[in-house]
Design a protein around this ligand. Structure first.
Ligand code: PLP
Length: 377
């Protein structure tokens, strides 16, 4: 059991660990099993495991760990999209109005347009900067579910979760927050009044660019049971190896975020001062439009920065002149990466818009490499 009064580093290391037992390992080892011995008792008598799609020991460890950081009961999924689709489809059905961010992760919009619409959900898109006004003006009346993504990916706008949560509660709508960019130690949506917090743990939470995971956490037992029932029957459960690796990787979250944020602060300053780079965004930069709200609502910064180069050719020239900054999608990993978002076609961003994900290399090396790349512009 972790002490909620402990700091981020202590909680990240100890979350999910069993009580110390003489002769036992410090970290729980993975249990590789699909079916488990049933014996001569009815399945699950005495809480014994039966089949790993519904539950397994390594999954419980991972869920205990993430849930401790989120401040809720966690259900882990094989990917972030499995978690998001479970959250939406466990809460809303045919005929229900569901509000999604128009400027959030683009595959959530693909899910909505390709699948949710076909199933009869009535999807409406609202920009991250527009949802608070809509909610304050009574715009959530008749809405079944709202999904926020704050900071939004990739443009890093921030909305007031507590204000939207109050309006959602008054309207009887379920509020979910995609907390991927912030991570569970960077923002606690459940403390801010959200019913569900969801995340792609493929990103900074596990942070080594070598596994896919996602999760949904809640304090509402009925919602928890709905999402669990959805997972049991649709089968998005992570297996033991991913669950173990995820738990192992989480232990260093505090250290990784600290280095990533330190580098991001320096990277954002260099980008903002450069004459041909426009629109630098990092919500913890004093000049950023999200600064005031991010500082109030979030617990700590992270390593994702965005900015605009002149065009695609400029991004390619930049990448041709860097050694540490490599082109890759995703974010939150230990390597410093650059993603030109327009190449994927899902975001309404200019051709030269890039998302920088600061890794955990030495800040001075990453900044020097950034300057080398910028010199090629
Ligand atoms: C904000 C956000 N939510 C959800 C996802 C989906 O996660 P996954 O790729 O693990 O399915 C992503 C992936 O980039 C993301 O950035």
């Amino acid at each position: 059991m972790i002490d909620p009064g402990w700091g981020d580093g202590t909680r990240a290391v100890h979350a999910g660990d069993p009580p110390p037992v003489p002769g036992g390992p410090l970290r729980p080892s993975p249990v590789f099993a699909a079916p488990f011995h049933l014996g001569d008792q009815p399945p699950r008598a005495g809480g014994a495991d039966a089949y790993a799609r519904t539950e397994h020991p390594t999954l419980r460890v991972l869920e205990e760990a993430i849930g401790a950081l989120d401040g809720g009961r966690c259900l882990a999924f094989a990917t972030g999209m499995a978690a998001i689709s479970a959250a939406v489809l466990a809460c809303a059905g045919a005929g229900d109005r569901v509000l999604l961010p128009s400027d959030g992760y683009y595959t959530t919009r693909i899910l909505a347009d390709a699948e949710l619409d076909r199933l009869g959900l009535r999807i409406e898109y609202v920009p991250t900067l527009g949802i608070e006004g809509l909610a304050a003006g009574g715009g959530l009346s008749g809405v079944r579910m709202v999904l926020l993504e704050t900071p939004s990916n990739p443009q890093l706008d921030v909305c007031d979760v507590a204000a939207v949560a109050r309006a959602a509660r008054a309207a009887g709508a379920v509020l979910a927050v995609d907390n991927t960019t912030a991570t569970p130690i960077g923002q606690r949506p459940l403390d801010l009044g959200a019913d569900l917090t969801v995340g792609s743990d493929t990103k900074a939470l596990t942070g080594h660019s070598d596994l896919l995971l996602g999760h949904v956490s809640t304090r509402d037992d009925a919602l928890h049971d709905r999402v669990r029932a959805w997972r049991n029957s649709t089968g998005g459960t992570p297996g033991p190896f991913e669950a173990w690796l995820g738990h192992r990787s989480m232990s260093t979250l505090d250290l990784r975020l600290a280095r990533q944020a330190q580098t991001a602060a320096a990277v954002a300053e260099v980008l903002a001062a450069h004459p041909v780079v426009r629109g630098t965004r990092w919500p913890w930069r004093r000049e950023d439009p999200s600064f005031e709200l991010a500082s109030r609502q979030m617990l700590r910064p992270n390593g994702v920065v965005s900015a605009e180069f002149a065009d695609e050719a400029a991004v390619l020239r930049f990448l041709g002149a860097t050694r540490l900054w490599v082109a890759a999608t995703s974010f939150g990993g230990v390597h410093s990466t650059v993603d030109r978002r327009a190449q994927w076609g899902g975001d309404e961003v200019p051709a030269g818009f890039v998302r920088f994900s600061c890794g955990i290399e030495d800040t001075a090396d990453v900044v020097a490499d950034l300057e080398a790349g910028l010199a090629a512009l």
